[in-house]
Design a protein around this ligand. Structure first.
Ligand code: SF4
Length: 170
């Protein structure tokens, strides 16, 4: 699935469009989708995936699940990272039939509530950016090594501090 058409998030009268490209979509025997993203890394890179999704550091898996459900009209039972350096897997499980297990991120019991909260989080982040609140305070400073805008950014002048945890809005 390509990046041409956006995934649309609507909360109240706020409408946010995001674009991305899904690496792979598998289908189970019932026509439900399993969304996969390949990562050139190790499984340990995603050891706190639950927290990273809840705090908005890692938006990718729930966004891909939403995109596939919106654009392909397929129920998504899981979205996951396959890590190529160690053949690992980390899953966001959205159904009891999902791959993975208890050490993955499990939303199967309350997926609709979790997805609704996630969409509120995306809208809140979008509002922050539009209001000009773009602090030089990345939640995950390790990502700066791969940033296309690093030459323009003053991150090197900012001391390393711990970033307070941000709650998903209810
Ligand atoms: S280098 Fe700057 S713009 Fe890029 S991710 Fe880090 S803080 Fe953000």
């Amino acid at each position: 699935m390509g990046a041409a058409e956006p995934v649309v998030i609507e909360v109240g009268d706020v409408h946010v469009e995001l674009r991305g490209a899904v690496d792979r979509i598998d289908e189970d025997g019932a026509g439900r989708a399993v969304v996969i993203d390949y990562k050139w890394s190790k499984k340990s890179s995603f050891s706190k995936l639950d927290d990273r999704i809840a705090t908005g550091v890692d938006l990718q898996l729930p966004l891909y699940a939403l995109a596939v459900e919106q654009r392909l009209s397929r129920r998504v039972i899981a979205a996951g990272y396959l890590t190529l350096k160690d053949s690992g897997e980390r899953w966001l499980r959205l159904s009891p039939e999902a791959p993975g297990g208890r050490y993955d991120v499990n939303w199967e019991d309350d997926r609709d509530e979790r997805m609704a909260a996630f969409q509120k989080l995306v809208v809140a982040r979008d509002a922050d950016i539009r209001s000009g609140r773009i602090d030089i305070a990345p939640l995950d400073r390790n990502k700066c090594a791969f940033c296309d805008f690093a030459d323009l950014c003053r991150i090197a002048e900012v001391p390393r501090v711990s970033v307070p945890r941000v709650s998903v809005p209810k």
